[in-house]
Design a protein around this ligand. Structure first.
Ligand SMILES: Cc1cc2nc3c(=O)[nH]c(=O)nc-3n(C[C@H](O)[C@H](O)[C@H](O)COP(=O)(O)OP(=O)(O)OC[C@H]3O[C@@H](n4cnc5c(N)ncnc54)[C@H](O)[C@@H]3O)c2cc1C
Length: 392
């Protein structure tokens, strides 16, 4: 489906006005930014457009955990490569995101959770994650603040976190250096596609003229469903309304990334003393309106679990809460590949733990578009055509 590209073609593909791009990426989250950057580094003339500012949706408001524990087992090889990219952010982005390497522990407080820790560790080890199951004594040596009722823990040396709100700043720096044309506050309304290319149309109020592109990449997070609909392609994308909580600054109470085996908690303390509490507890909202309202019972449940896992957190007061939208496909695997039935159109997104894996997902998307072998296999969107969401 993709037209092979060689860097020598770059200038030949532009019109006299220089307004035709080899590729236009729509959506400036981590997936779109990484794709655009790698395409430009591969020699293409690239524009990246976002209706807001770069990385201000999921990619700027997420919990910043860079983890293998919570990544789907089959995605571990992708997450491990991406984890290294985050740790090397200063090298390839020219600017860091306060990336921090600390180990990660998954905690089990019940017999059922012990079983889960064993199962999850085994499944991820099969895909290369260095996760071992350790005793409560060993876990408390590593993280003394854990509740004494701990029964078992999964331990992974490859874990850590970043400050997600710095993602847009770092990518903008790298994208501009690589010569990518970055258009922010540019809401795309539709795409007219033909055999010779694509015209990307903007909302009338933006005053922007259509962009001409040989190739398009849809990287719209939960809005990928709407973007695919512009091209007449129907793939359902589920929207998760995740709540996050940050505490005021407190004394150092933990030094690892903590989660619980049932997946309902993720915890870390930043260098400034604040503690970020998440775990996928849901708020209210939808794709059209965004995250509208936090659910108080879910906030309380999340905080209770956090204060149980690390009792010292009971002394922390909540400084702020917010919501963000996360995308999920019907089979919980990403979509990275050709848009079915549309020439020179591509889509990248919907990866579980997508912040962790995003830089690498964008890299393989770009490799495919550039006609290069990809470091790891893509995830063909065609498998999801017309598939209903589970429970829909
Ligand atoms: C609260 C929360 C916590 C999370 N925590 C973690 C975590 O700790 N670790 C982890 O690995 N993952 C985490 N995730 C998941 C992760 O953040 C996402 O998987 C990832 O950021 C998705 O990136 P993306 O580029 O696909 O989408 P997004 O970041 O959502 O980017 C999509 C972009 O498309 C743009 N767009 C949409 N429509 C248009 C249009 N019409 N025209 C132009 N632009 C448009 C949007 O403005 C947006 O910038 C979390 C997610 C949330 C919401």
């Amino acid at each position: 489906m993709n037209t092979a590209f060689t860097p020598g073609m770059v200038h030949g593909s532009q019109t006299a006005q220089g307004s035709r791009f080899d590729a236009v990426v729509i959506g400036g989250g981590v997936m779109g930014c990484s794709t655009a950057l790698h395409l430009a580094q591969g020699g293409m003339r690239v524009a990246l457009v976002d209706r807001g500012q770069l990385c201000r949706e999921a990619s700027g408001v997420n919990a910043g955990t860079l983890t293998l524990h919570m990544t789907r087992a089959a995605l571990v090889p992708y997450a491990m490569r991406a984890w290294q990219m985050w740790m090397d952010a200063e090298k390839w982005l020219g600017m860091g995101v306060l990336e921090t390497h600390v180990p990660g522990l998954t905690l089990a407080f019940t017999e059922a959770e012990c079983e889960l820790v064993e199962l999850r560790a085994k499944a991820r080890r099969e895909f290369g994650a260095p996760i071992e199951v350790i005793s409560p004594e060993r876990a408390r040596e590593i993280e003394p603040g854990i509740h004494p009722s701990l029964l078992k823990a999964g331990y992974c040396e490859i874990d850590g976190f970043a400050s997600a709100y710095l993602t847009g700043r770092a990518f903008r720096h790298a994208l501009l250096n690589a010569g990518v044309e970055v258009l922010e506050n540019a809401p795309v309304e539709g795409i007219d596609s033909s055999d010779t290319g694509h015209a990307i149309r903007f909302a009338a109020a933006s005053g922007l003229q259509p962009l001409q592109a040989t190739r398009i990449v849809l990287a719209g997070g939960v809005w990928i469903e709407n973007m695919l609909a512009w091209l007449g392609v129907k793939i359902p994308i589920k929207v998760l309304i995740n709540q996050l909580i940050v505490t005021e600054r407190i004394r150092p109470v933990m030094r690892t990334v903590l989660s619980v085996a049932n997946g309902l908690l993720s915890l870390k303390q930043f260098a400034n003393g604040t503690v970020l509490i998440g775990g996928g507890w849901q708020g209210s909202g939808d794709r059209e309106r965004g995250g509208v309202e936090a659910r108080p019972d879910n906030l309380v449940g999340n905080m209770r679990l956090a204060a149980y896992a690390v009792p010292a957190l009971a002394e922390a007061r909540v400084a702020r809460i917010w919501l963000g939208l996360e995308a999920e496909t019907a089979d919980a695997m990403p979509i990275i590949g050709d848009v079915p039935g549309v020439k020179d159109a591509f889509v990248v997104g919907s990866a579980h733990s997508g912040y962790t894996s995003g830089p690498f997902m964008g890299r393989i998307m770009a490799q495919h578009i550039l006609g290069q072998p990809t470091d790891l296999p893509l995830f063909d969107p065609a498998r999801l055509l017309g598939m209903p969401m589970p429970g829909a």
